[in-house]
Design a binder for this molecule. Structure first.
Ligand code: NAP
Length: 278
């Protein structure tokens, strides 16, 4: 079975367009996602543009903030404060990664919890991990939505997450745990990675290395979730060699990527709805 993120993201956007239209007619206001891009990394610029385009598709506005490569932590903190205080801004997205002179964690954590629609703050992560209401980190939240839409059973399954980054691997593991999977988190110091993956009912590739997880490591009937996207249209999993023995997989592209943006949009709409009802 193909876990078609592109199709589900489209369906999600149709629903969001309706919610945004209702909000506008009720309040006369348009939800706004502020995006901050620091520096000129072309991949980051493309991601920010894609998020702005998605805002337009669902009827929201985006407020695009561009800051130069030599921006300091203090300047970025000030910009975030300004957006936190702006009542017209409902969500804030700080595009990762920022240039190395900036303390990214400090800046992420400056985002108000009410506007943390990309789920990047420690506060939001902690709440989510404890089962409290919080906006989830957009990529793992998109993956969970995709698994749920296709009725992939998680409870009691052994999920192996390869990667432990703050925006992907760690929140992914917590979300799978909350869905009652037994979770193994693997990383660069893990010994015998192959043996861990061989035991997985659900494998999440979140390594950032092309086809790093080999097809022969995949257990027959396993579910493959591949968050990677690399030149040549391959992900973190050697999909070609696993596709015939797995029970379901996310295609690359068209799997995890579109769902990340869909969840970012959905969480921004939620934040706007909440701010108008407060
Ligand atoms: P990251 O911050 O670079 O983290 C990579 C993780 O992989 C780290 O935890 C690292 O372990 C682990 N790792 C590195 N080498 C390894 C090895 N040899 N064996 C096992 N684990 C290893 O990357 P990220 O931001 O989480 O992104 C991961 C992938 O997802 C990338 O391909 C990225 O493009 C993709 N991604 C996609 C979306 C989307 O919207 N589709 C969003 C975010 C990310 P250590 O912690 O020990 O260093």
């Amino acid at each position: 079975m193909i876990l078609d993120g592109k199709a589900l993201a489209k369906k999600t956007e149709v629903e969001l367009r309706e919610r945004v239209a209702q909000l506008k007619s009720r309040t006369g206001q348009t939800p706004i996602l502020a995006t901050i891009l620091v520096g000129g990394d072309p991949a980051s610029a493309t991601y920010v543009k894609m998020k702005g385009n998605a805002c337009r598709r669902v009827g929201m506005d985006s407020k695009r903030e561009f800051m130069p490569e030599d921006t300091t932590t203090e300047q970025l903190l000030d910009k975030i404060d300004e957006l936190n205080q702006d009542e017209n801004v409902h969500g804030i997205l700080l595009q990762h990664p920022v240039p190395s002179q900036i303390n990214e964690r400090l800046c992420f954590d400056q985002i108000s919890i009410k506007k943390d629609v990309d789920g990047v703050t420690c506060h939001g992560f902690g709440r989510m991990s404890m089962g409290e209401i919080a906006y989830g980190s957009a990529t793992p939240a998109g993956i969970m939505r995709l698994l749920s839409h296709y009725d992939v059973s998680i409870e009691g399954k052994h999920a192996v997450v390869v990667g432990r980054s703050p925006i992907l691997g760690k929140p992914m593991a917590m979300m799978l745990l909350a869905a009652n999977a037994t979770v193994t988190i693997c990383h660069s110091r893990t010994k015998d990675l192959k043996d861990h993956v061989l035991r997985a009912d659900i494998v999440v590739g979140a390594v950032g290395k092309p086809e790093f997880i080999k097809g022969e490591w995949i257990k027959p009937g396993a579910v493959i979730v591949d968050a990677g996207y690399h030149p040549g249209g391959v992900g973190d999993v050697e999909l070609e060699k696993a596709v015939n023995k797995c029970s379901a997989y996310t295609p690359v592209p068209g799997g995890v990527g579109p769902m990340t943006i869909a969840l970012l949009m959905e969480q921004t709409v939620q934040a706007a709805e909440k701010s108008f009802s407060d």
